[in-house]
Design a protein around this ligand. Structure first.
Ligand code: GLC
Ligand code: MN
Length: 398
């Protein structure tokens, strides 16, 4: 059981820092350019930054401009002490993607998505990025179910596979990550759920050994899960158990059941859930990067405000880490964990490895003392566990 409580470091989406704070009903409230943002970022503990292509140049930019911007951005990042961590193709803003991108029913749109995606793979390599994120914001429908949904998903995965294979053929050392979200901007996304269903689609469509470990899931917690009133902790557990979690997660704040809020970490959140995310990562010795994908609220308009937001985002994660360290150091927790996570005993533990399950089950039956006896197990320990965790989180543990 790993007890490290520090991630490999922090990152942030460049799109978060330069977000002008407009919404469908209101105008921009901030005007912070990329260079200015990078300068502010360089003074914080967040030493990595990620970009969409479209954050840096227009979709139809001439190759000369792209080369120039790449050079300038790399230079500015290194001057500010920042590493470019992830790169991603924005396959959702351009009006050509209004019917979907990789999954669009229209071949010329699918072609556009593949061209843009492969360009992004090249640019990720040029930037020295570690991962290419694939967030399929437009891969879905607005309620018409205009194509067979299985075909839509297959097209989505086929487009992605072409881009992944393109990078492999070019010899790039890139990991690809699928970022799931069930709705918004399309009202229905092609995944039937969040991380677990994305993982299942990846496993099915990338089953060849050449893709092993090359296409993973980067979840966004708690936003992309809690916007559906689903639970990020169990999803995280599944992704880790199945080896499908990317070396980074997106993190921010979310009011459960609302559209994607991307609030500062801690805003609107359930601190018990946030704590459990950090605990779950640490229990399994996760050494990934926490990439903030959130922004200051619309009421924050200044560069000082942006700087406060960045420091507070790190501060919230570090606070959770401190609580996790206190959890691991707590004798009462160790005792409760002993009761709740005891290793499998020989009665059940050996059943699947035994030569005959039938024989093993026969043994179990022979030794079985009845359901009333099984009900005598002391389950009060579960509430005691919750109370102890809560007292650690709130700093009231005695
Ligand atoms: C968009 C999404 C964000 C995602 C990013 C990368 O900005 O809102 O959640 O991580 O694209 O593709
Ligand atoms: Mn995200």
């Amino acid at each position: 059981m790993g007890k490290s409580v520090t991630p490999a470091g922090f990152s942030i989406g460049g799109w978060c820092g330069i977000n002008p704070g407009g919404d469908p009903f209101g105008e921009a409230v901030r005007n912070i350019g990329t260079d200015e943002f990078l300068d502010v970022l360089g003074k914080t503990a967040i030493k990595r930054v990620s970009f969409h292509d479209r954050d840096l140049w227009p979709d139809d930019a001439a190759p000369g401009l792209v080369t120039e911007v790449i050079g300038h951005t790399k230079q500015h990042c290194s001057k500010a002490g920042l590493e470019i961590y992830n790169f991603t193709s924005n396959n959702f803003s351009n009006p050509c993607f209004r019917s979907g991108a990789f999954s669009s029913p229209f071949p010329q749109v699918r072609a556009a998505a593949i061209v843009k995606g492969c360009n992004a793979v090249d640019h990720a390599n040029e930037f020295g990025a570690k991962h290419v994120i694939w967030w399929g914001g437009r891969e879905g429908s607005d309620g018409a179910y205009e194509q067979d949904p299985g075909l839509g998903l297959a097209r989505y995965m086929q487009g992605l596979k072409i881009c992944v294979r393109y990078g492999v053929e070019k010899g790039y050392k890139l990991i690809h990550t699928v970022e799931p979200k069930v709705y918004e901007p399309r009202l229905l996304a092609l995944y039937a759920g969040t991380g677990a269903s994305a993982a299942s689609a990846i496993r099915h469509h990338f089953s060849e050994p050449a893709f092993a470990g090359k296409v993973l899931v980067n979840p966004e917690y708690p936003q992309h899960v809690m916007m559906l009133n689903l639970d990020p902790v169990f999803e995280l557990g599944q992704l880790m158990e199945e080896g499908m979690l990317a070396p980074f997660i997106h993190f921010g704040g979310q009011i459960a059941g609302r559209m994607d809020c991307d609030l500062p970490p801690g805003f609107g959140s359930n601190v018990y859930t946030d704590f459990m995310i950090v605990l779950t990562l640490n229990r399994r010795g996760w050494k990934g990067v926490v990439e903030f994908d959130c922004r200051p609220p619309r009421t924050t308009t200044s560069v000082q405000g942006l700087s406060g937001f960045l420091n507070a985002a790190v501060g919230y994660w570090r606070m959770l880490e401190d609580k996790v360290a206190a959890y691991f150091a707590d004798a009462k927790i160790a005792e409760l964990e002993g009761a709740l996570m005891a290793a499998e005993d020989s009665t059940v533990g050996g059943l699947l490895t035994a030569s005959s399950v039938t024989k093993g089950v026969g043994q179990l039956r022979a030794n079985f003392k009845g359901f009333a006896a099984a009900a005598e197990v002391n389950t009060d320990v579960i509430e005691a566990y919750q109370r102890r965790v809560m007292s650690i989180i709130t700093g009231t543990a005695k």
